[in-house]
Design a protein around this ligand. Structure first.
Ligand code: ADE
Length: 244
């Protein structure tokens, strides 16, 4: 998968060199490009923002640098070799986007190329998404009902959720099976997990987990998952695919 990030803060993406994502880059599963939007700004100040049309507080990202950046990355109107076999999606992280979820991550893991357009300030001039959608799929996605200072942190979070679903990324694919929001867990949160020692600071691992009785362990885990979901995320219960 090819992953591109356009941002005015390229340093935000240094963590992509770390951990499993860094290893996936080394292994050739991922190919990452980070681009400074200001490289496509055209005035001496390399400005990328301007005041909102119609008035209001804050600044809006100008369409021209974004248009140039997308033309360059998508190879529009030029001889650049940007060919990637398979589908491309431009992702615009935004608090006004559709909610990003595990199923969005699953959908996006099927694309050959994702281009994250990371806005700052009050967002990117709306014509940029309209323009990009004439060439490729575009999705405006929100991490949740809160406002971040820009799209960079959201792009990193979405990246991690997506790339860990790619074949060969997680060492043991079984570990993806029973986690919260996975398909096999329906709409339930994951049950609590324990490791050795069996007793620690006066607290014991639930006895059933030491029993070796697989059916009883599975029943206990399901019960715990249902309890936890009822307590913490009752909104998840009753959704389609729910096993509760
Ligand atoms: N940019 C600012 N806030 C955001 C959010 N909640 N999700 C995605 N991108 C954002």
């Amino acid at each position: 998968m090819k992953l591109d990030y356009v941002t005015i803060f390229p340093a935000y993406f240094a963590p992509l060199d770390l951990s499993l994502v860094g290893k996936a880059v080394e292994a050739g599963i991922l190919n990452v490009g980070v681009y400074d939007l200001r490289d496509w700004a055209y005035d001496v100040h390399r400005s990328v923002d301007d005041t909102p049309m119609g008035g209001g507080a804050g600044m809006v990202m100008k369409p021209e640098p974004w248009g140039q950046a997308l033309d360059c990355l998508l190879g529009i109107g030029a001889d650049t070799d940007t060919e990637v076999n398979g589908r491309t999606c431009v992702i615009i992280p935004s608090p006004s986007g559709e909610l990003f979820s595990q199923s969005t991550a699953r959908e996006l893991a099927d694309y050959a190329r994702l281009i994250f357009a990371c806005g700052r300030y009050e967002g990117i001039d709306a014509r940029v998404a309209q323009y990009a959608s004439s060439a490729v799929e575009v999705r405006e996605l929100s991490l949740g009902d809160y406002v971040l200072n820009g799209g960079e942190v959201a792009a990193l979070a979405m990246t991690e959720a997506i790339v860990r679903l790619l074949p060969g990324f997680v060492g043991n694919p079984d570990s993806l099976e029973e986690e919260s929001h996975s398909e096999s867990m329906g709409s339930l949160l994951e049950y609590p997990v324990y490791t050795k020692p069996a007793s620690w600071r006066g607290m014991d691992v639930p006895e059933v987990l030491l029993s070796g009785h697989h059916a009883k362990i599975a029943a206990w885990r399901l019960n715990q998952a249902e309890e936890l979901t009822r307590m913490r995320r009752p909104d998840l219960l009753g959704r389609s695919g729910d096993s509760a």
